[in-house]
Design a protein around this ligand. Structure first.
Ligand code: SF4
Ligand code: SF4
Ligand code: SF4
Length: 312
């Protein structure tokens, strides 16, 4: 998949957010993105998932989300290629990557998607007021009291995850998977989706441990899995990771660079500051341009009156 245009748009959004926040004092300090040393991780084994949507239902319940448009026991929606939104923080989609069974029928593969809780999240870097933060346990969480509704995070996210409550005119919020932050902060707590999966397709634990488990599974059964852990390296690594029998691009997963997206905008910012083009200089230039423009809109009479007032 060609991602150059998408990548440019997203890095630009992070650069704008970063450049503005560079002058935002304490807000920048809070929003600075840093990968934690020993975060939690979730491994989804796509060879085990049976597309039952129990994880969707559990997520709905633990997050007190609205009733779904299609009941959770109706699996026809699996073919709709849904995306998470403000009312559903995780969704499962069905793909047919080409494998056939003995009766020559296509065999489906199911893929659960949600916020990946990136190790070095672009949304956190893009947020100019520190409303999104990366926690030590790996969760990327949202503080609605700080959010100003700029929606830079939505443009910056390489996975297109944050959703906005456009239907809430007075107090709209950015909404996405919380990694069940409250649950996992408690001793032994698991995300709602991971605790309910009937076939244990989701393994929750320390990220290093579940990554080692993923590699071990691949090594022990190379006929069952391709040699790839999605999320190990994508955009600097993510907390949610996947193993699969089929190439990930056949299952709706984006091909993304290994470097975290914040790296490029930070380099641009440093270059800008090196040459003294700080954001305030840009704002001063814009203000000057507006003054000249307004001046040109004024009639000769207006200007004479203004000069007369200055001379009094
Ligand atoms: S997937 Fe998107 S919203 Fe989630 S942490 Fe990464 S950049 Fe942020
Ligand atoms: S971790 Fe929690 S919020 Fe995220 S998809 Fe699972 S249940 Fe939903
Ligand atoms: S609960 Fe488990 S098996 Fe069911 S759709 Fe979710 S990940 Fe797949």
């Amino acid at each position: 998949m060609n991602i150059s245009r998408r990548f440019f748009m997203k890095t630009s959004a992070v650069a704008v957010g970063g450049a503005v926040s560079a002058k935002a004092g304490t807000a920048k300090a809070e929003s600075r993105s840093r990968a934690p040393a020993d975060p939690f991780g979730c491994l989804v084994d796509l060879t085990q998932c049976v597309g039952c949507r129990k994880c969707e239902q559990a997520c709905n319940e633990v997050n007190h989300l609205p009733e779904p448009k299609v009941a959770f026991d109706d699996t026809r929606v699996l073919d709709c290629k849904r995306r998470p939104d403000q009312n559903a923080f995780t969704v499962v989609n069905r793909y047919y990557p080409g494998k056939k069974d003995e009766q020559n029928r296509l065999v489906p593969t199911y893929a659960k998607i949600q916020c990946m809780h990136c190790q070095d999240p672009a949304c956190v870097s893009a947020c100019i007021v520190g409303a999104l933060t990366k926690q030590e346990n790996g969760a990327v969480i949202y503080d609605k009291s700080k959010c100003i509704g700029c929606r830079y995070c939505m443009v910056a996210c390489p996975f297109g995850i944050p959703a906005y409550e456009y239907d809430q005119p007075f107090t709209p919020e950015v909404r996405k998977c919380t990694y069940c932050f409250e649950r996992i902060s408690k001793e032994g707590g698991k995300p709602g989706c991971a605790s309910v999966c009937p076939v244990e397709a989701i393994t929750f634990g320390k990220r290093d441990t579940v990554l080692a488990l993923a590699k071990d599974k691949i090594k022990k059964d190379p006929g069952r899995y391709i040699n790839k852990v999605y999320g190990e390296e994508e955009v600097g690594g993510t907390s949610w990771m996947y193993i699969s029998e089929h190439p990930f691009e056949k299952l709706g997963f984006l091909t993304l660079p290994k470097k975290p997206l914040p790296t490029l905008p930070e380099t641009i910012q440093h270059t800008i500051f090196k040459f003294m083009w700080a954001p305030m200089t840009l704002f001063a230039a814009l203000a000057g341009g507006m003054w000249v423009f307004n001046r040109r809109q004024m009639t000769g009479e207006d200007i004479s009156e203004e000069r007369g007032a200055d001379n009094e």
